[in-house]
Design a protein around this ligand. Structure first.
Ligand code: SF4
Length: 170
């Protein structure tokens, strides 16, 4: 016990290294996303996240958009519980056979205008899970995809940049 107490006193604190993106760059990117969403939709962006069979690595990065560092809700970006309230379907993972119909139904339930963003290597073509008997393939095999964000997993900054490029006129 004394040994543990001593180690606790002499060891440096265990903290994660800060994300590569600077606070200024993050604020600029988030403000751009907010502005373009308001211009195109008249309000902030509503996202319905669909896990079509992911290992949850992609979800951890998506959750980070809500943490104290990114805190994207202050820029109007919201994750919603129903596809009926969503502008964007953010789909992760390879599409498993069990999730294919649910994904197609979620797409049908999302009102126009809607965008589909697939995130992560698995969502493109099944990734490392592609050979599995339980996997249909990438998201594009089941529903039309407007934008793919690469990475295994993509970082929160990658996700944010992807959403900005989706909404900004090309
Ligand atoms: S892309 Fe990587 S982190 Fe995302 S679901 Fe596939 S294996 Fe997991």
């Amino acid at each position: 016990m004394r040994k543990l107490l001593f180690q606790g006193l002499v060891r440096p604190p265990f903290t994660e290294v800060a994300p590569a993106i600077s606070a200024e760059e993050l604020a600029e990117l988030s403000a751009r996303l907010d502005a373009v969403a308001r211009r195109r939709l008249g309000r902030g962006l509503a996202i319905r996240q669909v896990d079509a069979g992911s290992c949850n690595g992609c979800e951890l990065e998506i959750h980070a958009l809500h943490n104290a560092f990114y805190d994207l809700e202050r820029f109007g970006l919201r994750f919603v519980a129903s596809p009926r309230h969503a502008d964007v379907l953010l789909v992760t993972g390879p599409v498993t056979k069990n999730m294919a119909e649910a994904l197609a139904r979620t797409y049908e339930a999302t009102p126009e205008p809607k965008w589909v963003v697939s995130a992560g290597a698995c969502a493109l073509d099944g990734g490392i899970f592609a050979p599995s008997y339980a996997v249909v393939g990438g998201v594009g095999q089941v529903i039309p995809v407007d934008l793919h964000i690469p990475g295994c997993p993509p970082t929160p900054a990658d996700l944010l940049k992807g959403l900005v490029s989706l909404l900004e006129p090309r």
